[in-house]
Design a protein around this ligand. Structure first.
Ligand code: SF4
Length: 339
């Protein structure tokens, strides 16, 4: 883990400019990410628009808690579709095999990125017409540069729109930089902002799937939960995300039970806030799988994720009432024997 930490410091130094308060953003519109037909870029290619939808399809459980909480916080009626302005940090410390971001955008590649300030990002956000409610700081791994969230919050406040805009940032739970790089006062400034939420991604439901998905040591699985708990305990709004791809279903029921136990150890109701991420074959993902020496395992894991998701829902059914589940999750109606 110490190697990872040292590498993260080097990576961080290339993607944040503390003196000028700049973040290195990917010019998404100039990368292979444009192969994905849903990609809708703006801000000279440095931003993109993404739709968050609360619709059940493909036999996949869809958690709508984010949509509900955004609408509630902004005092608007529930909508099952919200558009978000996305900015992508260039650089990530992980290399998940299913990542839809091209490898070139996961390192501080100056040919496809540039320094951008929070002021410029908020300017771009308020000047476009597609969305004016939601900003998602994505990547890459934004958790490597926790100052980004702080600078965005301050810029929103400066313009008096802090209460009208929801700010999310993503975190792959691989580092403690939130606590290491920010002062106590800065942490308080972030966690007490009711319109800020953190999307924390657990890379698997057991040690094996974590190691398969990230290429890291199995031990990293438990560190994710330690970090998730530490973040949760600050009182900030958290949405755990989990990817359930695995080549080997092994002791599935038991492993899922343990996984849900771990979430409940943090908060009894946390499993109801957990978003199951269905890994899809975006163009970049397809190309990676095609070139991979583990091609058949990766293809199998895409199939297996459906079974893991079903067992996760069975586990929730054992622990919560129908109403509690229905309040947040659109559950597919599985026919007998169907996944
Ligand atoms: S943590 Fe996210 S951005 Fe980084 S490689 Fe994994 S999926 Fe891609």
């Amino acid at each position: 883990m110490s190697d990872l930490k040292a590498n993260n410091e080097v990576l961080r130094s290339k993607i944040i400019d503390l003196d000028n308060k700049h973040i290195r953003l990917v010019r998404v519109g100039s990368t292979d990410q444009t192969k994905d037909i849903q990609l809708d870029t703006n801000f000279g290619g440095y931003g993109r628009i993404k739709s968050f939808k609360g619709e059940a399809k493909d036999n996949w459980p869809v958690n709508i808690i984010q949509l509900k909480e955004v609408c509630k916080n902004l005092s608007m009626p529930y909508s099952n579709k919200l558009k978000a302005q996305i900015f992508q940090l260039v650089g990530c410390d992980l290399r998940c095999w299913y990542c839809f971001v091209p490898n070139d955008s996961l390192k501080p590649n100056e040919d496809i990125s540039d320094w951008v300030s929070a002021e410029e990002m908020i300017d771009a956000f308020v000047n476009q017409s597609e969305t004016n409610q939601l900003i998602d700081l994505s990547g890459g791994n934004p958790a490597l540069v926790p100052e980004w969230v702080l600078w965005m919050i301050r810029e929103l406040r400066k313009r008096n729109i802090e209460d009208k805009v929801i700010l999310w940032s993503e975190d792959n739970l691989s580092s403690d930089m939130f606590f290491e790089k920010l002062s106590k006062e800065e942490i308080q400034e972030i966690v007490t902002n009711k319109n800020y939420a953190r999307l924390c991604c657990l890379k698997g439901y057991n040690e094996e799937s974590f190691a398969f998905n990230t290429g890291l040591n199995k031990e990293g699985f438990k560190f994710q939960f330690e970090r998730l708990k530490k973040l949760y305990d600050t009182g900030m709004i958290i949405y755990p995300y989990v990817t359930m791809t695995t080549p080997n279903l092994g002791n599935l029921k038991n492993d899922v039970k343990t996984f849900v136990d771990k979430l409940q150890d943090i908060d009894e109701k946390l499993p109801l806030r957990t978003i199951l991420v269905q890994i899809k074959e975006y163009e970049i993902t397809k190309e990676r799988i095609e070139a991979s020496s583990r091609k058949s395992l990766e293809e199998q894991s895409l199939i297996n994720q459906l079974e893991v998701a079903k067992v996760f829902m069975d586990e929730l059914t054992d622990r919560y009432s129908k109403d509690e589940i229905a309040e947040n999750i659109l559950v597919p109606t599985y026919e007998s024997g169907e996944l």
